[in-house]
Ligand binder design. Structure first.
Ligand code: HEC
Length: 321
């Protein structure tokens, strides 16, 4: 159900409830068919073909929940709550000509499927009881997978923020919709919002971002990656007091623009992958003491700059690789 069919206040509430229930991604129903179709040929339990044993690529199996949790021969590929720290998400987002882009051949994931994957990880990467292939499963893995999830750190963070925010009005929603944004509650019945422009990145400019201002109290997650915004939009973003996670990957922002973000008090995750940001820009970020993760892969920042930033913000993880 799209928000566009919601007219009256009551209808908006009904629609939001329905869309937020739908926002919870069901792994087995929504994602498993995608992985089975587009990934599993190369990432499944060892098998024999024409007398030859075939091993999963990079030791990564996607045919069982415990195997996805275990990861590849290079380590874990999934960080519940953080798509940007999850190789599983990163590889499908890599540019098509990148050697690491998945799948390396055949149909790419559609933008809808990518969004499902992202949402599923953001919601905690819950397999909902799905186990998958038990071939090669280590003893104890099944009971480990069946354990209930501990509330994640950022969920607790949301709970605290929710107390400060008024619920949405239909007026606010209409404004965001007019800007071409996709808006969803971060979880069922939360007034906190996740916003992206994934259906129209090439149309999302500074003006569209400015049109989000009426929602400024409620936005906690904002994905503006690959949009055509400039530094002017960062002035808008600097006014979102509860922004926790911001994705600016592959945009034309500059070092000077980052100064506008330096007043954000809650920002924890910032993705600057594939931007022109240099060490000069990182100096502005040093003022954001809440920062936990900054992604600088394929930016112009150096290891030395990252080291200085990490020294200025205790607990910050940043990497240029
Ligand atoms: C045609 C075979 C093939 C298909 C299909 C395929 N992969 Fe891969 N996958 C590979 C190979 C080969 C690598 C190693 C690439 C490299 O290191 O350059 C890899 C690497 C990866 C990695 C990185 C693991 C690590 O830790 O290094 C992830 C994650 C991954 N694939 C996920 C997927 C997903 C998700 C899909 C479906 C959208 C998929 N793969 C489809 C062959 C495939």
């Amino acid at each position: 159900m799209s928000i566009s069919v919601c007219r009256s206040v009551f209808f908006v509430i009904a629609c939001l409830a329905a869309s937020s229930v739908r926002a919870a991604v069901n792994f087995e129903k929504d994602l498993l068919p995608v992985l089975t179709k587009k990934c599993i040929d190369c990432h499944k339990a060892p098998y024999e073909e024409n007398g030859k044993k075939k091993e999963p690529k990079v030791g990564l199996r996607l045919d069982a929940s415990w195997a996805i949790v275990k990861g590849s021969e290079n380590g874990p590929i999934l960080t519940p709550g953080a798509p940007d720290k999850s190789g599983l998400y990163e590889v499908v987002m890599l540019p098509k000509d990148d050697d690491g882009h998945m799948p390396p051949k055949g149909d790419d994931l559609t933008s809808e499927e990518i969004k499902l994957l992202k949402t599923w990880i953001e919601e905690g990467a819950d397999f909902g009881g799905w186990l998958g292939s038990a071939q090669g499963m280590p003893a104890g893995a099944a009971t480990e997978m069946a354990k209930p999830h501990k509330p994640r750190e950022h969920e607790l963070f949301f709970t605290a923020l929710e107390k400060e925010v008024k619920p949405l009005s239909d007026d606010l929603l209409a404004k965001a919709k007019a800007a071409g944004a996709q808006v969803a509650p971060v979880k069922v019945e939360s007034p906190l919002l996740r916003v992206d422009f994934l259906t129209g990145v090439s149309k999302c400019d500074d003006e569209k971002v400015a049109a989000l201002l009426p929602l400024k109290e409620n936005i906690v997650q904002l994905d503006l990656g690959r949009t055509i915004l400039t530094d002017a939009a960062l002035k808008t973003l600097g006014q979102l007091p509860r922004l926790i996670s911001l994705d600016l990957r592959q945009t034309k922002i500059t070092d000077a623009g980052l100064e506008s973000l330096s007043g954000l008090k809650k920002l924890r995750t910032l993705n600057l992958y594939g931007t022109e940001i240099t060490d000069a820009g990182l100096k502005h970020l040093a003022k954001i003491k809440s920062l936990k993760n900054v992604y600088l892969w394929q930016s112009k920042a150096t290891k030395a700059g990252v080291k200085q930033l990490a020294a200025a913000v205790p607990g910050l993880k940043a990497s240029v690789e």
